[in-house]
Write a protein that binds this ligand. Structure first.
Ligand code: BDR
Ligand code: CA
Length: 311
């Protein structure tokens, strides 16, 4: 199985990304690291502990990372994810704790000790990853690839041009896309193909486990948000798409392209400029996800929730 570190900001869809990463046999989840994004760091970290407690994920270290973006002020997504960052189900006091190490130090330690290169899967603003690459330049040699959720080949969801994870910390994203490491970008154009339809919701409820019900409650809150804010008929489950690309690359088709992050645009800060047609003649620096195999995707997501819920 593929060793990964999941860097996240739970977050309804991050929570499901954690479940897929912990529950799918194709992945060896080495650590969960948290960052400020959907909510402040204290809340995203608490939420990671909550979902791990609910799913019985007790042997994966959780470490908190950066509390604010590299340059700009933090802007959270409480309009999407609620005051807790993961509104919907009621969670008791989590029994799973965190390790007393900064996320970036934990990542570096795990990367350098692991016998093979490790895949990083960020599903949040890229602050922790950018800090890892700049503070520990020798970490790069231990990274197999970075498979991230963020950006879009099309338009944004936080500004007309920018997707949330890119918008919150564009300077960090710029560092990642310029790192020279293999980067796969799973953006809105593909995550909007991962809609939690009533059929998917019924499959989660039909598992008849506490974890299945918690997922269904999370998705029901998320659905209400997407209906209210954007008029979506069903909510897109962004973050598990990046994990699914690692689980089975055939689930997410990609094309090679040059990707740049807009840092200075008057209206476009945080936009991912994806040169699918090679207008700019810039070197390819990313694989860009373009198509999701929905059937296989949902089979793996529901399968992971099922596996964890029965343990
Ligand atoms: C991304 O923004 C966050 O709100 C989600 O968790 C996801 O990572 C989608 O734009
Ligand atoms: Ca996220």
């Amino acid at each position: 199985s593929v060793p990964i570190i999941l860097d996240c900001d739970p977050g309804h869809d991050d929570a499901v990304a954690i479940l897929l990463a912990a529950g799918d046999p194709a992945i060896d989840l080495l650590a969960i690291t948290t960052v400020a994004g959907n909510q402040v760091l204290e809340k995203t970290t608490l939420n990671a502990r909550r979902i791990c407690t609910a799913a019985g994920i007790t042997s994966v270290p959780i470490a908190a990372g950066c509390a604010r973006p590299l340059v700009r002020e933090l802007r959270v997504a409480d309009d999407v994810h609620g005051q807790s960052g993961m509104d919907g189900p009621s969670f008791g006091e989590p029994t799973v704790g965190t390790v007393p190490e900064h996320a970036v130090d934990l990542m570096y330690r795990l990367l350098t000790r692991h016998p093979e290169p490790v895949t990083l899967v960020p599903t949040a603003p890229l602050t922790n990853i950018a800090l890892l690459l700049t503070r520990y330049p020798d970490a790069a040699a231990h990274i197999r690839e970075i498979v991230l959720m963020g950006g879009s080949t099309e338009r944004g969801n936080r500004t007309p041009a920018a997707e949330f994870n890119m918008y919150v910390d564009p300077e960090a994203a710029d560092i990642v896309f310029r790192s020279g490491l293999p980067v796969t970008m799973c953006g809105l154009n593909v995550s909007h193909q991962a809609l939690v339809t009533p059929d998917v919701l019924a499959r989660l409820e039909g598992l008849e486990t506490d974890l299945g019900r918690i997922c269904a409650e999370l998705m029901t809150f998320f659905a209400a948000t997407y209906r209210r804010l954007w008029g979506f008929p069903a909510p897109p489950l962004h973050d598990p798409v990046a994990v699914a690309r690692v689980v089975d690359p055939a689930i997410v088709d990609c094309v090679d392209a040059s990707v740049a992050v807009e840092l200075r645009g008057e209206y476009t800060r945080g936009a991912t400029v994806v040169d699918l047609h090679r207008y700019l003649g810039r070197p390819v620096n990313a694989r860009v996800a373009v198509r999701l195999d929905q059937e296989r995707f949902w089979d793996r997501v529901v399968g992971a929730v099922d596996t964890l819920g029965r343990r």
